[in-house]
Design a binder for this molecule. Structure first.
Ligand code: ADP
Ligand code: MG
Length: 565
């Protein structure tokens, strides 16, 4: 038997699901109701632009009002409003949005619209026992009042509202009375609505008078309707970007190192500003500070899966209506738009660094110690970024001089006598502890790199794979012996027994070391500066350092064969 039909949705069953599961965070209702108000206002502006709405639209602010007596939260706008037919179509049918209808009709002129799915409004039932809509369309039609108590039964009647626009009145239920607190609403407005394109008014501005705060006459607008990332980069000053950084991170004491202003409208829409922050000791604390917006509505501050992992260390704002928002992260990673956006951002970051390298190399050198963690992380995790960054990534030596990879190769080749063998780059990671080794290497004409960053041990492992015939050896490792030859035989010779005794004595002075990994060497006995040299095995030491990194930061690069013991 073949049967075709339509899957039926019984609204009575859907309400409890919406209440519980529509969003895991109940507080989202405020963002949804306010973004509807903003959409209605933007639509009115569009109609006014195309001449379909005549006259002065007046004050278009959206207002949020708490009434503790009636236990209501009201969100009012002066947007297009709804006729009875429209309430019937867009409100009484769950999951029907007017956004597509509107965009189809006015696609060339439409201001950005937030809505998509036609579910947002119903999220208000997550916190309300009853919701009323009182609305009057810009069209000459009577006002309508709609009310519903969280079950499929609703009531619609004519209302006596005279002004254009919509009031959404939420009767907050007992469990959610926190949403009637001024401070709670203030913090939610700050989180979700700080950069909406229409003024959002919450109460009056306050001033300090006679020992307390009192309301002034002036509306308290909580948002910045024209945030910096939406403005044209031409004409913006460095100070504007620094001010905006402080606005985004009021708690941060640091200035950003560099920034990138993104502004693309084809083949996808993306705006934003990314900042390179000053790096702190614990990079995990700096992760996920990028705020993601969709048409200026805050979506999340976790951009994992949307930008490449190394860029989650950057700060700033991304705004793209082309990033699908209500889907899972794993879906996002396979989404084509998201991939394009992610590649674009990676390219822009490489462009910016290359530009600084070419035009203001001293700037790059001055900030390199802070900056290098991004570059190294990017080179370790993104093949494409490695190719770009290998041109401008810098190596610093123990005299604080900076070299590109090519420059350093040339330097080492000039000082290393055997031109056919592997190039050996010596490095130190602690100038104080290793100074005798550094001195000795320099005395023999070798340069010594400084590798004391969090990712350096992984990074040099990567360079060993990528650069031909190159290896990195720490100045105090036992392999250095084979590279830096002794000038002459020492005059003092010890018997095996004497060596054994002396080794034991020295090892007893070094607590907590694994004796098998260290090598005590008396070859220089007789030299006054370094009578005895204690070296360790490069391979086992490096493996330990790599596995000591935080689990999230481990890169399992292969060790080159020459280190396998
Ligand atoms: P979406 O915003 O995704 O379209 P919602 O459930 O949030 O879905 O809203 C459904 C529809 O209800 C909107 O598309 C719009 O037509 C209408 N609507 C909701 N709030 C308002 C409002 N404040 N003013 C005018 N229309 C509104
Ligand atoms: Mg909506």
């Amino acid at each position: 038997m073949i049967k075709e039909g339509q899957i039926g949705v019984t609204t009575g069953n859907i309400f409890p699901i919406i209440k519980k599961f529509l969003y895991s965070d109940h507080e989202i209702f405020l963002r949804e109701v306010i973004s509807n108000a903003v959409d209605a206002t933007q639509k009115l502006k569009t109609l006014s632009d195309v001449g379909e709405f005549k006259g002065d639209p007046g004050d278009l602010s959206v207002r949020v009002v708490i009434d503790k007596d009636t236990k209501t939260l009201t969100i009012s706008d002066r947007g297009i409003g709804m006729t009875a037919d429209e309430v019937d179509k867009y409100i009484n049918q769950i999951a029907l949005s007017s956004a597509n209808d509107f965009l189809d009709q006015y696609k060339d002129n439409a201001n950005a619209i937030i809505g998509h799915f036609g579910l947002g409004f119903y999220s208000s039932f997550m916190v309300s026992k009853k919701v009323e809509i009182v609305t009057k369309s810009y069209k000459e039609e009577p006002a309508v009042k709609w009310s519903c108590e969280g079950d499929p039964a609703y009531k619609m009647e004519e209302a006596d509202k005279t002004g254009r626009g919509t009031d959404i009145i939420l009767y907050i239920d007992e469990e959610n009375e926190a949403f009637l607190e001024k401070s709670k609403i203030e913090s939610l407005l700050d989180k979700y609505c700080k950069f909406l394109p229409v003024p959002i008014v919450f109460g009056k501005k306050q001033e300090w008078k006679d020992g307390k705060y009192v309301d002034t006459e002036e509306d308290n607008v909580i948002n910045d309707v024209n945030p910096l990332w939406k403005q044209k980069p031409v004409g913006l000053k460095d100070e504007d970007y620094r001010d905006f950084y402080r606005k985004l991170y009021p708690m941060s004491m640091d200035e950003p190192l560099f920034w990138i202003h993104l502004n693309v409208d084809y083949p996808f829409n993306l705006t934003g500003i990314l900042y390179f922050p000053k790096v702190k000791n614990n990079i995990e604390l700096q992760r996920n500070k990028i705020q993601l917006y969709s048409n200026q509505v805050f979506v999340t501050d976790s951009v994992e899966g949307i930008v490449p992992e190394f860029l989650t260390l950057l700060h700033g704002v991304l705004d793209s209506p082309d990033i699908p928002l209500n889907v899972s992260r794993s879906y996002l990673q396979s989404d084509n738009n998201v991939k394009k956006i992610s590649n674009h951002i990676t390219k822009k970051v490489a462009d910016k660094l290359e530009e600084i390298f070419k035009k203001e190399r001293t700037q790059l050198e001055e900030k390199w110690d802070s900056l290098k963690i991004f570059v190294e992380y990017g080179m370790l995790t993104e093949e494409r970024f490695y190719d770009r960054a290998s041109k401008f990534a810098l190596l610093k030596n123990t005299d604080n001089k900076y070299f590109t990879l090519d420059e350093y190769k040339a330097l080492t080749e000039s000082s290393q006598t055997d031109k056919n063998s592997t190039l050996v780059y010596l490095y130190a990671n602690n100038k104080e502890d290793q100074y005798t080794f550094i001195d000795a290497a320099k005395g023999k004409g070798y340069d010594v790199l400084m590798m004391d960053g969090q990712l350096d041990v992984h990074w040099l492992g990567l360079l060993e794979q990528k650069l031909e015939k190159t290896r990195f050896v720490r100045v105090d490792s036992d392999t250095v012996e084979h590279i830096i030859e002794k000038d002459e035989k020492t005059s003092v010779e010890l018997s095996d027994k004497e060596k054994e005794n002396l080794t034991e004595a020295i090892q007893s002075l070094l607590p907590n070391i694994d004796k098998t990994e260290f090598n005590v060497d008396f070859k220089s006995l007789g030299e006054t500066t370094r009578p005895v040299q204690i070296t360790q095995n490069e391979f086992s030491r490096r493996m330990k350092e790599m596995s000591a990194m935080q689990p999230g930061m481990a890169f399992y690069g292969e060790m080159p064969d020459m280190f396998q013991v």
